[in-house]
Design a protein around this ligand. Structure first.
Ligand code: ADP
Ligand code: MG
Length: 508
C-alpha cells in the first residue's frame, strides 16, 4: 500500500536529514553469523569519528578491561573513603586540645600514593615557578664590579643592592609577612632592610619566649602538654583506670587522684595519687641545697640541666618513701615513677583525702596520742631510716585511721647532710609549736625534742636559741670534716667504727 504522506514528511524533516535506516531483515538473518561479522565491521568504523567528546572518553578513561585493575581501583576508592573517615575522627578526637594524636599510621593510603585525593595536604614539593618569588638578584663577581661595555656596576650600586635586599626578605622566618614585595621590582635601601631584619629577629625571640612559657610551664591548675601525655600513657598502659581530679596544687607540685589499674600483672592500689612535680623551675631554685649537698644525688646533680633536676626530686621522694616503708613508717606506698610524676597509694577513702593535721579537729586524747606518735615517728625516721624530714609540719602530716601519716618527703636528707641538723631543728620547732598551740600538756621544748630525736645531748643551758644553733652548726662542721678526712661519702650515724661523730664536743 502506497503511503505518500509518510514519504513526503521524510523528505521535509524539520530536524534535518535522517540517516539511512538499516534494511529490515528476517530474524534468521539477524541471528546469522554473517550478520554479526558485518555489524562488527560497521561498529569498528566508529573509531574513525574524532569528536572531542570521543577523545575525552577514550584518552584518559581508566582501563577497565582488566578485573584486577577494577578491583584495585575499587580498593583504592574504599581506602580513600576509609581515610576520610579516619581524618574526621582524628579531628573530632583532638578537638581544641593542645596535645593532638595523629592517626596517620592507620591510614590506608599514604600521602605519596594518594597524590590526587588529599584536600588538605600542602604540595610541598611543588617546584613550579612562584610568581611572588623574586628572581635571583644578579651577583657581583668577586672582583667587586661588573662591566658591560663602558658601564661599570660596583657591589655598592644602589639599584643592585636594593634588589638584593628585597630578595633577602625571603630568608625571614616563614611567619613574617613580607607581602607581595618579593614579586615586584622593589629596591630596599640598606637602612630599611636592616631595621626590618632587626624587627623580625626581635619578634621571633618574643614569640619563642611566649611559646616556651605556654608549652613548658605547669599552669596553676593544669599540667603542661608533655605531662598530660605521660598521664595519658599511664591510662593507656592500664596502670591507671582513670584520672579523676586535682587534690592539691602547691608551689612545687600538683597532686591528682586516680583509680589504680594493673602494673605488670600486679594490681595497683584501688585509689592512688599522682604527684606531678612542677616543671616551672623558679620554685626549685632555692631548694637546691636539699639535693646538691645530698651525697646520694650530688654527683648527678652537677651534670644535669634544670629540667632533669626536677625529675631528681621525684626520684628522691620515691627513695625516701621506700626507705621509710621498709622501717614500717606510715607513709604512702610507691607504685611507679615516670619522669617527674610519682604514683603512690592514696591516704584516704572514696576519693576523700585524709585531712592534714592542721585541719583536723581531735579530742584532747587523740591530740596527745598524735603527739606521741609524731615523737616516735621522728625518732624512727632519724635512728632507723637515717633521715631528717626537713619539711615536717602540720601541713605534711595526715590523720587517717587514728594514725599520723607522713607525706611530702622529697626534700628529706640524711642527718650527715651539711645542713641536716639545722633542718631537724626546724622540724622540731614546728612540731613543738603546733602541739603546744593545740593544748597538749607536757610538750617538750624544741631543744629537748631535738635531743630526744637524735639521742645527742646538746647542752640546753639557758635555752638560748643562738647558742643551741651554734652548737648544732659546730656539730655539722665536725661531721663534715670527719667525712672529708675519711674520704667517705657516708657513715652510719650510730657508728661502730671509731665512735659516733655526731656527738657534742665536750672538750671545748
Ligand atoms: P607539696 O610539695 O606540694 O606540698 P605534698 O606531697 O605535700 O606536696 O602534697 C600536697 C597535698 O596533696 C597534701 O597536703 C595532701 O593533702 C595531698 N596528698 C599528697 N599525697 C597524698 C596521698 N598519698 N594521699 C592523699 N593525699 C595526698
Ligand atoms: Mg606539702
Amino acid at each position: 500500500m502506497d503511503q505518500p504522506g509518510v514519504t513526503a514528511e521524510a523528505r521535509k524533516n524539520p530536524w534535518g536529514c535522517v540517516g539511512p535506516t538499516a534494511p529490515a531483515c528476517p530474524l534468521t538473518e539477524v541471528m546469522s553469523e554473517q550478520l554479526a561479522t558485518q555489524l562488527e565491521e560497521d561498529n569498528s568504523s566508529f573509531s574513525a569519528l574524532t569528536g572531542p567528546e570521543v577523545d575525552l572518553l577514550l584518552e584518559d578513561g581508566p582501563d577497565t578491561t582488566s578485573d584486577l585493575m577494577l578491583a584495585q581501583m575499587l580498593q583504592m576508592q574504599f581506602d580513600r573513603e576509609f581515610d576520610d573517615q579516619l581524618r574526621r575522627e582524628e579531628r573530632k578526637f583532638n578537638g581544641d586540645s593542645k596535645v593532638s594524636i595523629s592517626f596517620e599510621n592507620y591510614r590506608m593510603v599514604h600521602p605519596y600514593e594518594d597524590s590526587d585525593s588529599s584536600e588538605d595536604e600542602v604540595d610541598w614539593q611543588d617546584t613550579r615557578h612562584d610568581p611572588y618569588r623574586a628572581d635571583k638578584p644578579q651577583t657581583t663577581p668577586r672582583r667587586g664590579f661588573s662591566r658591560k661595555g663602558k658601564n661599570i656596576t660596583t657591589k655598592h650600586d644602589e639599584v643592585a643592592c636594593g634588589r638584593k635586599n628585597t630578595a633577602r626578605m625571603d630568608n625571614f622566618a616563614p611567619e613574617v609577612q613580607v607581602g607581595d614585595g618579593l614579586g615586584m621590582d622593589l629596591k630596599l635601601s640598606n637602612q630599611v632592610f636592616n631595621s626590618l631584619k632587626q624587627h623580625c629577629y626581635s619578634e621571633q625571640r618574643r614569640s619563642a619566649r611566649l611559646h616556651e612559657k605556654k608549652e613548658h610551664s605547669t599552669a596553676e591548675q593544669a599540667v603542661d602538654p608533655r605531662t598530660r601525655l605521660l598521664m595519658y600513657k599511664m591510662v593507656n598502659a592500664g596502670v591507671l583506670e582513670n584520672i579523676n581530679g586535682c587534690i592539691s596544687t602547691g608551689k612545687e607540685s600538683v597532686v591528682f587522684h586516680a583509680d589504680g589499674g594493673r602494673l605488670e600483672e600486679e594490681p595497683v592500689p584501688g585509689e592512688v595519687v599522682l604527684k606531678v612535680f612542677k616543671t616551672t623551675l623558679n620554685e626549685f631554685k632555692n631548694r637546691d641545697r636539699y639535693i646538691k649537698d645530698d651525697y646520694r644525688f650530688k654527683d648527678r646533680f652537677s651534670k644535669l640541666n634544670p629540667r632533669k633536676v626536677i625529675r631528681l626530686w621525684a626520684e628522691k621522694e620515691m627513695h625516701n618513701l621506700s626507705r621509710m616503708k621498709k622501717a614500717g613508717l606510715p607513709v604512702p606506698d610507691v607504685v611507679l615513677l615516670k619522669k617527674h610524676i610519682l604514683v603512690m597509694s592514696f591516704i584516704g577513702k572514696d576519693h576523700v583525702p585524709a585531712p592534714k593535721l592542721k585541719d583536723v579537729t581531735l579530742s584532747s586524747e587523740d591530740m596527745k596520742a598524735a603527739y606521741y606518735q609524731v615523737l616516735q615517728l621522728m625518732q624512727q625516721l632519724y635512728q632507723e631510716c637515717h633521715l631528717v624530714h626537713a619539711d615536717l609540719s602540720e601541713y605534711n602530716m595526715l590523720w587517717y585511721q587514728e594514725k599520723v601519716w607522713l607525706i611530702d618527703v622529697s626534700q628529706s636528707v640524711e642527718p650527715t647532710h651539711p645542713h641536716g641538723l639545722e633542718f631537724l631543728f626546724r622540724d622540731c620547732r614546728n612540731v613543738s609549736t603546733f602541739f603546744q598551740k593545740r593544748g597538749v600538756g607536757d610538750v617538750m621544748s624544741v631543744y629537748e625534742l631535738f635531743n630526744a630525736v637524735t639521742g645527742l645531748s646538746v647542752p640546753v643551758g639557758a635555752e638560748d636559741e643562738a647558742d643551741f644553733m651554734s652548737e648544732i652548726v659546730a656539730l655539722e662542721k665536725r661531721n663534715e670534716d670527719h667525712i672529708q678526712k675519711r674520704g667517705k661519702k657516708s657513715f652510719p650515724v650510730t657508728s661502730e667504727d671509731g665512735g659516733p661523730p655526731l656527738k657534742p664536743d665536750t672538750d671545748d
